[in-house]
Write a protein that binds this ligand. Structure first.
Ligand code: HEM
Length: 194
């Protein structure tokens, strides 16, 4: 049923109907892959996987793409650097290899995902009692200093991605700003190697 819904959706999506058979968007690729007769079942998404694809894939990439376009539009310096870099490409359909060496594009994508993370937090549930050491001790409302937190089995631990991504202690005083490659690149490099 989920696959039938996708096929219906693909018929009314403008990018697909105007270029039948060669659209490269995810929805078209999924429909083509799942409906090509000689494609083995093991290479197709099951009906149970299709809703995950739609929700997890669409609700994340669509705001990310929107902010990735919005931020350079509001920042002329970032936009100019990005535009000049993209103009060095010799094709309208670059491969992943060609895209992955573009440093300004990489920075715009990372800054976008840092400041406007489509997923603002995630949860983990402790499978046993544990001790998590803290890099910086915290003082609670009673004035007690804690060097670690001690989740008990079954307790949830929230990982606050949105707050972490904007923390001035991690990113510097300009943590709330969308800035260009030269300034932010060292911070990205040190975060990636941790
Ligand atoms: C900008 C784009 C995306 C962002 C920011 C994003 C973010 C995330 C995050 C934060 C998680 C949870 C990780 C965790 O708590 O362990 C996750 C899980 C997942 N994402 Fe994405 N995602 C994106 C794109 C996609 C796309 C395009 C798909 C599929 C087409 C997808 C499918 C999934 C699935 C299936 C999971 C669950 C994985 C698991 O639990 O093993 N995501 N994503």
């Amino acid at each position: 049923m989920a696959m039938e819904y996708l096929i219906l959706l693909s018929r009314i999506a403008p990018g697909i109907t105007s270029h039948p058979g060669r659209s490269r968007d995810l929805l078209s690729l999924l429909v083509r892959t799942n409906t090509t007769k000689d494609n083995p079942q093991s290479k197709r998404l099951s009906d149970a996987e299709v809703p995950t694809f739609l929700v997890a894939g669409h609700e994340t990439t669509s705001p990310a793409a929107t902010w990735a376009l919005c931020m350079p539009a509001e920042n002329v310096e970032v936009q100019t650097r990005l535009r000049n870099e993209l103009l060095t490409l010799e094709t309208d359909e670059p491969s992943m290899e060609e895209l992955s060496v573009l440093r300004h594009l990489d920075c715009v994508v990372r800054e976008t995902l840092r400041l406007y993370a489509p997923i603002v937090g995630t949860l983990r549930i402790a499978v046993h009692d544990d001790v998590i050491p803290l890099a910086t001790p915290i003082t609670d409302l009673d004035g007690t200093v804690h060097e670690s937190i001690r989740p008990r089995k079954g307790q949830s631990v929230l990982i606050p991605l949105f707050a972490m991504n904007r923390d001035k202690a991690i990113w510097g005083l300009d943590a709330r700003e969308f800035i260009s490659l030269a300034t932010r690149a060292p911070a990205f490099a040190s975060r990636s190697s941790n």
